[in-house]
Write a protein that binds this ligand. Sequence first.
Ligand code: CAO
Length: 417
Amino acid sequence: MSKALEGVKILDFTHVQSGPTCTQLLAWFGADVIKVERPGTGDITRGQLQDIPNVDSLYFTMLNHNKRSITLDTKNQKGKEVLEHLIKTCDVLVENFAPGVLDRMGFPWEVIHAMNPRMIVASIKGFGPGPYEDCKVYENVAQCTGGAASTTGFRDGLPLVTGAQIGDSGTGLHLALGIVTALYQRTHSGKGQMVTCAMQDGVLNLCRVKLRDQQRLDHGPLKEYSQYGEGIAFGDATPRAGNDSGGGQPGRILKCKGWETDPNAYIYFITQAPVWEKICDVIGEPDWKTHADYAKPAARLSRLNEIFTRIEQWTMTKTKFEAMDILNQYDIPCGPILSMKEIAEDKSLRATGTLVEVDHPERGKYLSVGNPIKLSDSPANVVRSPLLGEHTDEILRDVLKLPATQIEAIKASGATG
Ligand code: CAO
């Protein structure tokens, strides 16, 4: 079976997390991803957070599946020539260097475009044009500047960053969509173009509902926020909403049986209006179906603390899985808080390939997240990440079609390490 992006060659200049997330997805869709790494060290994450001494870290291996690695010093003259050759051969260059790095390397957009007018150049930066355009950025900076941190956490606590890597992996996803869109446009324009994603913009895109709430504040309090029922006035900015649902159906995280000792014995419970009567029956409050204080969603908004306290009395009598089973019988939307341990052991996630076990020659077997996007005609087979420079010879010989003498000259120059 062929793959969706078969035949597309990606010159992968990415490092750390944001860019590698993007190129890993493209590789899973069938693109030939050639990762260019600095001789000696390679992607800095190879050596970061190592759990086994001198073995590529899980940080690296879990973000660089299905890629080939070539080591190339792009500041060396011969290295520059190889890079030029790769630019002329590939369809897309993806990079997430600090602002200005590619220019300093001697490969600004104009130069690349002149070398290969069909090439798409895709970049992730921390910020778009503006006061911070020259700044280096990591995940949590993006979460803080994109609106996530100020709206995450509890009203009376610090702003919080989330465990989901919305700045890095989120922006990588955005960039991947930009690249395939540009590839599609190229099928009729015949031309490459620049694709840029700023991490601040990517996070803000994912925080769209919080900008929605910012504007709703001009027209009165946000009634679905717990603080409304608690009689606490709103300020002039979208507040942190704890575990309140971000949508029109109120929800909370509630304790389940065992919460005293298990930090994840909780369930997310949504009081979706269409199933309100079923909720009343399940928790043993049938009178609430007709009572003026509870029967209609608008009446319930000022009583959310009382209502969820009552529902919690019921969830505390069940484990999170028992509660899930019962509530699902009635189509009541809910979800157990799953620990990473529980997720790692989940059989159905393994069956669908969302969790995959990968074998690595130096570290042995490890668990990774496979492609979360499933294409029925383009299955993603997860292949271990490359060792540093593992494919240098192969790429010079088979992709660039260089003769053995030229390959020897390149190696002698130190360009490949
Ligand atoms: N050969 C020779 N030199 C190379 C090379 C190669 N193959 N690959 C990289 N380099 C050089 C670059 O040319 C650059 O040198 P100069 O500064 O002299 O021009 C140098 O390596 C460092 O690149 P960098 O500034 O991108 O890397 P850094 O570790 O200092 O910064 C980061 C890392 C992530 C903060 C920065 O790249 C960045 O802000 N990227 C954009 C935003 C982003 O993607 N952030 C998320 C990262 S994931 O958390």
